[in-house]
Design a protein around this ligand. Sequence first.
Ligand code: ADP
Ligand code: MG
Ligand code: ZN
Length: 613
Amino acid sequence: MYFLLIALLYNWYIASGDGFGQTAEIEYTKFKQQLTQGNVERIHVQGDQINGEFKSPQILNISGEDTLRSENFYTYIPSYGDNQLSAALEENDVTVSAEPESEYNWWYIALIILPILFFIYIGVMFYQRMQSQGQGFFNIGKSKAKLQQPEKQDTTFDDVAGLDNAKTELTEIIEFLKEPDRFKDIGAKLPKGLLMVGPPGTGKTLLARAAAGEADVPFFTITGSDFMEMFVGVGAKRVRDMFDKAKEASPSIIFIDELDSIGRRRGAGLGGGHDEREQTLNQLLSELDGFEPNESVVVMAATNRPDILDKALLRPGRFDRQIKVDMPKQKARLEILKIHAQDKPLQDDVDLEVIARSTPGFSGADLENLLNEASLYAGRNERKKIAMEDIDNARDKVMMGLKREGLQIDDKEREVLAYHEAGHALVAAILPHSDPIHKVTIIPRGKAMGATQQLPEKEKYLYNREYLLDRLAVIMGGRAAEDLIFETSTSGAQDDLKQVAKLSRKMVLEWGMSEKYKHISFGSAEEEVFLGRDMSRQREYSDSTARDIDEEVQKISREAFERAFSTIKENRDVLEKVAELLLDKEEIPGEEVDKLLNEKKQNTQEEKQKDEE
Ligand code: ADP
Ligand code: MG
Ligand code: ZN
């Protein structure tokens, strides 16, 4: 681009000559000729260049080919000089003007100007980008917090399902914001900072909006990551700005979403501190401290990582009130589904209760997404209403990812897959403490080539040892089936093995469930490595204990495999039937597995009776 500009500039200079287009270079001889013929009106001398004007226009030759009729010309005095020139000029009454030879060479100027132009160009691009992001260049540092007038905030608690505890906590503050004077008169002080803590998608942002809607006060919201600008000091200015505005508009609510992105522990983490973030955080802290107790501004914040927040944020007088926003349990899931199903037509066979039961681990956002995906499926199937089938499909997609249609699996691999899943299913169906099977499938989805879905009859808050041991065996069931039928192992059990390792480690280290170290905890089984925390944590036990622990973990895993193996070995005939069914239908409901098992039980009983007869 640089070179192009230089070329353009050069061309422009050449072409323009003396300002108007009708100028051409002529030979010095021709100039002298015209001069002696008395046809030169005036000349202007600059260095060795002569620009001039003829009395009557002349046909001028430019670069040999093009001809031009013009009265303007320029030419150069030869370097050896022409000492008769001035006499000839005077003789012919030519008006002469002159200026000193230009000190600047055009090229020289171009080289200076071009970089400047280039920077202006970059600046303009930058400006336009800032503009298009909805914040003017000159507004850097102005608060990005949007002032939302009360009438705009129409979210209320009715839009938030479950979260009853959180709502109760907020009610008090809402009352205060509605009638600050009544509370002030009796000497009540408003809690300053309120921190909502919970996993993503559980409705923290929603709850904050609803609080503002309920209180009917201005709501200033900003996301932590908005503060992260490229210029040091901007974030801090924004914070100051937002607090000023909110105070002016009080009673009001300030909501800082994703607080962890500014509130991360200072001076910690990989790669050293982050100046900008620390300044912003310091500003936030000082704003929180600088509040007068009689100012009716509530600062709410949300995070899903309270563990990495700077301790200073949680001190009394700052975010000292925490509201826990939990993953929804079955009842709350039902309520969330009801809210989001309001504007969606459902077929009669859709039972929200069943969906709520079959979606443990789904957040509010997941459930909303589930219904949305279901309506997309319904649309694709040209249905006017959402059917249960659509919801089932959507659930698989939300849980496991998209179906991988184009995947070419050869027959042998499909067979291994079928036996693997049949192994999981059979162990789950037989062991007494395991969750019932929802369905078994060998349709590849997302990362998984197949899956055995289990659904707890009711949500568990505690896991006992028997349940966990059965669970481990179920996870090992896939591998065990491969071993029994094909007498080999495949890489397909990778995730299973990972899960087993994780769970058995937790049992030994955290839950005191090993034989050797019953009822003893060794701290966390998970290696938490994240930015902002000490990289290595001290282990709290000796090397020999560590070796024992490893042994216990291995023992639990090994025994899980052996249980799974012997379970399916005893029922090899059923395993084969389940696998064949899977190969045939690709996906079977859990009841089918139970049915096959029951058939076998009946058969053996009949045989026994016959034997006894
Ligand atoms: P968070 O801020 O906790 O990550 P959000 O408040 O952004 O979660 O929730 C995302 C969406 O999920 C919300 O807009 C809402 O539609 C839905 N949602 C989440 N929790 C609930 C809930 N308890 N009741 C109703 N809808 C919910
Ligand atoms: Mg949020
Ligand atoms: Zn498996």
